[in-house]
Design a protein around this ligand. Structure first.
Ligand SMILES: C[S@@+](CC[C@H](N)C(=O)[O-])C[C@H]1O[C@@H](n2cnc3c(N)ncnc32)[C@H](O)[C@@H]1O
Length: 285
């Protein structure tokens, strides 16, 4: 089937006005200064909407030097999901892809429910959507849309996130990458995923973004209103502490927790264990 890549959606007036209002006084002077600096580059990138053309990673074909545990787990995932990420991307991206697939698979296995397949899936805050193939493999969606607010960040090689995203979604059925704040993205979905959404200030600055983009309530509220009656929000957080903050924000936005699972060490080592939680709109329970 044909690839769908939506044309860049210009940043909404709402997002720019949020940036121009500055940052709340609860932040330190240092945080505000860093935020202002990042806001300049963010605005420049979104204003330029730079594209050097589609960027395709050179496929690794084979994975080298895997530890025994990694090898066994990857072999299991390859069999279960009929995937070979290394045929489409570099080794590093392939390993990260197996890790994300493993996280979803372990969490769903622990929950013991069938995973929703053949449905409309949104991913919130997709970066350059390097894991589009993971979501395709797991959900086999009828359509998959990655929504990223900073879609035109420029990398050292002169390509932008947009260029990379076009390479990653190429050949995937009904898959698109949209540059927009999800808070303003008004489309229905059966499943919404969010990998490591921002819920505190430190990661926003670490990702070189302005603090005006820390709007979890607006994002989670939009997720709640975009979800269909039986829809699911699948969130992955960095460790139990961040997951607890995110959980309170989800509840405040009208979402109800169905289950939560702290994933044991998986294919790549991490400082903090990923916590996967699944949510549905409160009115439907
Ligand atoms: C911690 S990063 C995670 C990136 C990606 N999900 C991953 O796992 O590699 C959070 C991402 O959310 C994006 N983001 C922040 N606010 C957003 C919003 N309102 N709408 C869409 N994306 C947003 C950021 O630009 C960043 O790419």
């Amino acid at each position: 089937m044909e690839n769908v890549i939506d044309p860049a959606v210009p940043e909404s007036a709402g997002m720019f006005s949020a940036l121009s209002t500055g940052t709340p006084s609860c932040y330190t002077v240092s945080q505000r200064l860093r935020s202002g600096y990042h806001a300049f580059w963010y605005r420049l990138g979104e204003g330029l909407r730079w594209s050097r053309g589609i960027y395709r990673e050179r496929p690794a074909v084979q994975l080298s030097a895997l530890a025994d545990g990694q090898q066994a787990r990857i072999a299991f995932l390859r069999r279960k999901f009929t995937v070979r990420f290394e045929r489409y991307c570099e080794e590093r991206t392939a390993l990260k892809s197996y890790e994300y697939l493993d996280i979803l698979n372990q969490a769903w296995t622990a929950w013991g429910q069938p995973r929703p397949t053949g449905v409309v899936v949104h991913d919130v805050g997709s970066s350059n959507f390097w894991y589009a193939r993971v979501l395709q493999s797991f959900f086999r969606p009828s359509s998959l849309t990655g929504v990223e607010v900073e879609g035109y960040r420029i990398y050292a090689n002169g390509y932008s996130r947009w260029d990379y995203a076009q390479g990653y979604v190429q050949g995937l059925p009904q898959t698109s990458f949209v540059v927009s704040s999800y808070a303003q993205y008004d489309q229905k979905a059966d499943v919404v995923t969010a990998w490591y959404p921002f819920v505190t200030a430190a990661p926003v600055l670490a990702w070189r973004l302005p603090l005006a983009l820390l709007t979890p309530h607006a994002i989670f509220s939009r997720i709640a209103s975009n979800l269909t009656a039986t829809g699911l929000f699948v969130m992955v957080n960095q460790g139990a502490e961040e997951a607890a903050i995110a959980a309170n924000l989800c509840r405040a936005a009208g979402l109800d927790q169905r289950w939560s699972y702290e994933v044991p060490p998986t294919i790549r080592s991490r400082h903090q264990r990923p916590v996967v939680s699944c949510w549905s709109p409160i009115s439907e329970r």
